[in-house]
Design a protein around this ligand. Structure first.
Ligand SMILES: Nc1ncnc2c1ncn2[C@@H]1O[C@H](COP(=O)(O)OP(=O)(O)OP(=O)(O)O)[C@@H](O)[C@H]1O
Ligand SMILES: [Mg+2]
Length: 468
């Protein structure tokens, strides 16, 4: 394999970061009276058109993102590298639209195969069989960072951030049902490790930076819930980014190391009052509200020095504080159009009241599921957004553009251009996060080790060969 010479990395401001979100979607068919049908068969029909143009069920799109079928027949969409949270939200929402666009043809092909059914795609974290699937967050870090130390300091933050950024869920137990902050919390097995399947950790430490490994690492956070409401995504990624910025600047942070992370994440999830305490390594106890407030205070005290004040930083801090206050005061009205768990809680309480039923009533379970349906018509979150009941941060035009166009200020721009022009030319090609190549012996592989570089002569030359 010939590899074109790699240019030196760009000098970028230390505050610039690359973000990416990976989402696994739940796939479900409603086909009463039909023959048995496996998830693999449904996934095959759903991805038929993708395989037609991409010759694989694992493709990169013109928006720089990756779309594929993961184990367990879950469609997965991994956003392209973004260097702003606004781009990330637009690309994340674009992913919902992209998978939903496959549904009509998938249903048509199902009918041809003798199954008259509706395909539903859910951006949620558990299925009815109790399996859990995730939304993974990726944050670029500088290599000199003390990765393990950062992870340890980040864990108390990740364990407790669910009180603001959780998706909310009805938890059923032998003693009855209750509402919890996070559907993902019960499915985490350990704090940090390099395995995702065997023992599901909150931070995956596998060292695969998808970038120049001498300069960068990728923090792969797998404890988060999939978020529907755009402000929840902003807060989830934005607050984590701000805490990482403090760690990178090595400012003194309170030591909130937890004694038992797994116990803590479950206790916090199941206590909507925010009063349950977690045990710290030094034997003291704090509530989740106090832990989150300590992180928020640390961040606030460095706005103006370590953290540059921007409108976005202000809106993250404002929502973060309102979220904590809502749990502390048990008055959720100031966040119930912005934070998923509170939006869903309000919706479910209203229907429970109307139906005069218990919380474990199947009609409420259906409502909860419908919240996560990515269909614009059937999905409740989407319909609530359209009615102004859920706040949005990016325009529908920006989301539509993000379905086909990559962010302009990261490596994804080069990948998007390459995929677009290669598809138009009909030449076979292979692409991943760091490589671009036309298939064939004579073609060079372009190695894109710098995720911040969005212009590159080698890519121009490679694409120039198309017109020769
Ligand atoms: N250098 C980087 N820093 C941070 N995020 C990155 C970087 N390069 C790529 N990403 C993001 O990481 C995510 C990678 O998703 P993908 O599902 O392909 O990866 P993976 O976690 O490596 O693998 P898998 O899911 O197959 O185990 C994407 O969202 C992408 O935008
Ligand atoms: Mg992945």
């Amino acid at each position: 394999m010939q590899i074109a010479e790699v240019p030196p990395p760009l000098e970028v401001e230390p505050s610039r970061r690359i973000f990416g979100l990976e989402t696994e979607f739940g796939l479900h068919v409603v086909a009463p009276g039909s023959r048995p049908i496996t998830p693999e068969e449904v996934a095959g029909h759903l991805f038929h058109s993708v395989v037609q143009w991409g010759r694989s069920s694992n493709v990169f799109l013109t928006n720089g993102s990756r779309l594929y079928i993961d184990v367990g027949a879950h469609p997965e969409y991994a956003t392209a590298e973004c260097d702003t949270i606004e781009d990330l939200i637009a690309l994340d929402k674009a992913g919902e639209r992209i998978v939903q666009d496959l549904v009509a043809e998938g249903e048509q092909r199902l009918r041809e195969a003798g199954v008259d059914g509706q395909i539903h795609l859910y951006k949620n974290n558990t299925d009815s069989a109790g399996n859990s699937y995730g939304c993974h967050e990726n944050y670029l870090l500088r290599r000199r960072a003390d990765f393990a130390g950062f992870g340890r300091q980040l864990l108390p933050f990740l364990v407790t951030r669910q009180i603001v950024t959780g998706a909310g869920c009805i938890t059923r137990t032998p003693e009855g049902a209750h509402y919890s902050f996070s559907p993902r919390a019960d499915h985490m097995w350990e704090g940090m490790s390099s395995a995702t399947t065997r023992s599901r950790p909150m931070i995956n430490t596998r060292d695969e930076p998808h970038a120049n490994a001498e300069l960068y690492r990728r923090m792969h956070v797998i404890v988060g819930d999939s978020t529907m409401a755009q402000p929840t995504t902003l807060l989830k990624v934005g607050s984590t980014d701000l805490v990482l910025r403090l760690l990178e600047a090595r400012v003194l942070m309170p030591d909130l190391t937890l004694a038992k992370e797994m116990q803590a994440i479950r206790d916090v999830a199941h206590d909507l009052t925010g009063q349950a305490t977690v045990e710290l390594a030094d034997g003291s106890r704090m509530t989740a509200v106090q832990v989150q407030q300590a992180f928020l205070d640390a961040v606030k005290s460095h706005v103006g020095d370590v953290i540059e004040r921007t409108d976005e930083v202000d809106s993250i801090l404002d929502l973060w504080q309102r979220g904590i206050d809502a749990v502390r005061t048990q008055d959720f009205s100031s966040i119930d159009t912005e934070l998923d768990w509170a939006i869903k809680h309000k919706l479910l309480m209203r229907y429970q009241d109307k139906l005069q039923c218990e919380l474990d009533d199947p009609r409420l379970a259906r409502l909860e599921l419908a919240y996560h349906d990515v269909s614009p018509e059937r999905g409740l979150a989407n319909r609530m957004e359209a009615q102004g009941l859920i706040r949005t941060l990016v325009s529908e035009e920006a989301i539509t553009r993000a379905k086909t166009t990559a962010p302009e200020t990261t490596r994804a721009h080069l990948r998007g251009r390459f995929v677009r022009e290669a598809l138009a030319s009909g030449r076979d090609f292979t692409v991943d996060w760091v490589h671009l190549k036309f298939t064939g012996q004579e073609s060079r592989t372009v190695l894109l080790k710098d995720p911040f570089r969005y212009e590159d002569e080698r890519v121009d030359m490679l694409l120039g060969t198309l017109s020769q």
